[in-house]
Write a protein that binds this ligand. Sequence first.
Ligand SMILES: Cc1ncc(COP(=O)(O)O)c(C=O)c1O
Length: 354
Amino acid sequence: MNSKLLGRRAYSVPQSDCRIRLDANESPINAMEEYREEIKELVLQTALNRYPQEDNAELRQAFARYAGIPADCVIAGNGSDELIGLLIACAVNNDERLMLIEPDFSMYQLYAETYEKQLVCCRRPVGSRLTPEFLIEQLERERPALLLLSNPASPFADVLSKDEVLCLARAADKTGTLLAVDEAYMDFADQSVLAEVPNIPNLVVLRTFSKAWGLAALRIGFMIAPAALAERLDAFRPPYNIGTLNQKIACLMLNRPEHLQTSVRRIVEQRDQLAAALQEYAKLPGIKKIWPSVTNFIYIEIEEDFPLYEELQKRSILVRHLPGAIRLTVGTAEENAAVLAAMREIGGAYAERN
Ligand SMILES: Cc1ncc(COP(=O)(O)O)c(C=O)c1O
């Protein structure tokens, strides 16, 4: 065993039997309800004794058509997680550095450790928005081989504009940096740089089907890179990395983009209602700040001694617990109402004590 990795603990997801799970930024909409018959037909037609298509060609083509980019710019992965790992493993030499923002999606750091990369973590200015000026300053100082960040940002739910990311890509080009933008939540926002990737040699975008598409069970993600880079990165992808059934269902859904549009509309509607209702809590003693959101989750900064996470869990509601904060996924109208009612009760008890 690699001794540097001995203390490592697995990515932990609380095993919980909570009635309401709003901890993983999944979609509350299950496509199976609408597409049951078509999916059933796909399953019945599948030769289970055969390996999947090795190069994921049909899936890559379907995504490329949907996104309006060439298929040779697309790599398909077993969730975008797999592709994040592949990118970190391959795009940074041992004598080069990987730059991450802190905090950001926790898997970035885990992969950096796994592949023993030299890591530069830039702490995001407390309580404020990430700016291209801040990032460019860090790039010029550290000159990393790769800068990887989520946009919209995890866990804050804000977004750099398309122009800001393009400006960052130009600055990254000057410092010899590959800029990788994880657009896991960009289906909820409208600032994607995906369409620009084929023309910008140092820009890579990651996308997932686990969030707005509501297909987390399939484990489907994409990395979009300029064709020459995509070809080189794809050489490191494990063979047959996506099961045939998953590929087929993902292709079916890509040919039903109206599913995504409807889901996004419904979730954004719920998010806006939830965010408006939460404003009522913004001045309660336990709550420090409720961040505005362009995604399907809301970041709520709380006092260290406010047991919001624990009290929600006692009421069978699971959210994501972060240092000094909770991250709340937007659920169904009923789930959101249950969270609001629970918060009212928990906040009231905390206010009485303080
Ligand atoms: C920013 C970000 N990127 C990537 C992922 C992982 O996506 P996938 O399910 O495609 O592996 C997540 C999941 O929570 C995420 O928040």
